[in-house]
Design a binder for this molecule. Sequence first.
Ligand SMILES: [Zn+2]
Length: 365
Amino acid sequence: MFSEKDLQALLDYSAENQVVSLYLSTDPTDMNTEASKLRLRNLLKAIDLPEDVQAIEHYVNLEYDWAAKGLAVFSDQAADFFKTYQFNVSLPDKVYVGKHPTIRPLVNLLDTFTGWGVVLVDKEGARFFSFNLGELSEMEGFTGDEVKQTKRGGGNAMHGRMGGADASGNVENIIEKNIKEVISEATDFFEHHHIRRIMIGGTDNNIARFKDELPKSWQSLIVGEFPMSMLASHSEVLEQTTKEALDAQKKVNKFLVNQAVTLAAKGSNGVIGLIDTMNAIHEGRVRILLVSQEFEQEGYRCKGCGLLTTQELDTCPFCGDTFERIDTAVELAVRDTLKNNAEVKVLEDVEPLKEAGNIAAILRY
Ligand SMILES: [Zn+2]
């Protein structure tokens, strides 16, 4: 499975000539193989690197596993560099050519779909899943004592009151005991799988009970809740968790954009627009970079200290060296940010970010 390490390798890659970055959606539930191959041919038409086009087509036609939903290929045949990654989540069709691999779609994927723990809970037990890059894996669940549904009304009027109270008291005890066990199993699961965010499926009551019993530190990681039966199939859980992960990510990203814009307006720890954001990146002040998926611009890079800028300057104000022209200043800004160990959030069609110039940042100081 694609990991941070793979992303790091792509970050470190620099082509002598040019590297092709290709992203293709191949979701078999959406389209057939021939349609995907046709879209690939159309995408590759725009590229004037015959050896790379041939290598990519060869791979897709002869080696690709069409059960996957998304494909990423990085090809620099002149340097014998060829990397392919398959995903269980769809990727938007895109092709890029440049000195470095274009990594924004992968950054977005890692940011949205890693570190998830999913819990389905009812009165008797729970099912646990880890969810990473579209791979949903079910772990060992927990089943406690059976909770017999008590009949309401009816029954024998003579024994009804006493018997009913005893029975329901007993049921409550069983439920209480079960939930304690569920919580203990759940926290073990979260710890062992390095879960960073949690979603819970069940009835409102069962979700509420689970949350109440969960220690505060784990409660704060809950970002999704949805109605779901304990008997849900793997594909039902997968569909729901994919949707929840996308929704949660959108919500967080929107919140961060608003925060950056507000902070920038106050002259506090926020910047908007390419020039100010590039300067903040260069100074190592960026904590979270927010950037539109498709935003790109030409620019200049200082040969000495690496300063990125959109204006052509004779000498660098930081180190006095000269500049070289670059085609993809925004992608380089993303790479610089990641290399500084700051977070990058890639957004699609978020209006306030577009208004802010398609790029903004929340600063460390
Ligand atoms: Zn410089």
